[in-house]
Design a protein around this ligand. Structure first.
Ligand code: B1M
Length: 216
């Protein structure tokens, strides 16, 4: 008898039920079977989170269940971190400052994008979550990045992205940095509307976008 076979549906189930021990176990199993970290993220962890979101919308889940699922994904992501964020690039492709905007404490997607960008060869300063516009401005002054990345998961905090762009303009820094935006409710249309330089739907497209913006 061959050993157990990894299946995405069991990983999704482990995330949805907030079983972090099982989630970590299954991610290790998937890696052993040669599944790519990118597929584990998109087809397993993120798919699980989508289900959690749907259950929350339907009133079947509440904040505690979302927190348990978030812990499971965070722990599972820790296993993937060295694989996703280790780059064999001799020099950096460019510098990125990233954070989740003011009013918003969702950081799992932002953390993943950070890992993807590091893995692609970017140097990334992660400011964390709930970052006010003036803190982004300060970080741009301090680190002089090629790109500023803003993440938002709530429709109510998308406006903080616009506020951050305005604050950059007031500080006369807007022309010095490209700004990209992302997160579940964010769209290309919204990015254009607030005057951002680009929109990333996921980690992979964030890499392509950043490479384009630095011309590499
Ligand atoms: Co919240 N939550 N949550 N939550 N939560 C959502 C976002 C929600 C859609 C759920 C729902 O109703 N279906 C809903 C928002 C509704 C809306 O605004 N339209 C919601 C709500 C309502 C809330 C609260 C208000 C609930 C409450 O208190 N009543 C509250 C708000 C707190 C706050 O921020 N002020 C809240 C709290 C929380 C928890 C703390 C419990 C937890 C977050 C824990 C954490 O992050 N550490 C949580 C969670 C887990 C979710 C869901 C279930 C999952 C989010 C997630 O991690 N997804 C979420 C449902 C959903 O998204 N469908 C939900 C997985 C992650 C890998 O995907 O973040 O989309 P994502 O990132 C992707 C892409 O979007 C992209 O790349 C990533 C990788 O592919 N991307 C970028 C992201 N950032 C990018 C930046 C880029 C480029 C690409 O460039 C810079």
């Amino acid at each position: 008898m061959a050993g157990s076979m990894f299946s995405y549906s069991t990983l999704i189930q482990a995330v949805v039920t907030g079983n972090y021990i099982k989630s970590v176990e299954l991610v290790n199993e998937a890696l052993k079977e040669g599944v790519s970290p990118q597929d584990i993220v998109s087809l397993g962890l993120q798919a699980g989170m989508r289900t959690v979101g749907d259950k929350f919308s339907a009133g079947d889940f509440f904040v505690p269940e979302m927190l348990l699922a978030a812990r499971a994904v965070t722990k599972a992501t820790e296993v993937l971190q060295p694989l996703l964020s280790t780059s064999d690039m001799p020099t950096t492709l460019g510098r990125v400052v990233i954070g989740t905007v003011f009013g918003d404490i969702h950081d799992i997607g932002k953390n993943l994008v950070t890992m993807f960008l590091r893995g692609a060869g970017f140097e990334v300063f992660d400011l964390g979550m709930n970052i006010p516009a003036d803190s982004f401005v300060k970080a741009v002054k301090e680190h002089n990045p090629d790109i500023l990345g803003l993440s938002a998961l709530l429709t109510t905090t998308m406006s903080s992205m616009g506020d951050t762009l305005k604050a950059l303009e007031v500080a006369e820094l807007r022309s010095r940095v490209k700004v990209i935006v992302g997160g579940a409710p964010v769209t290309q249309h919204f990015a254009e509307h607030i005057g951002a330089d680009g929109y990333g739907a996921d980690g992979g497209s964030a890499i392509r976008l950043c490479r384009n913006l630095v011309g590499k």
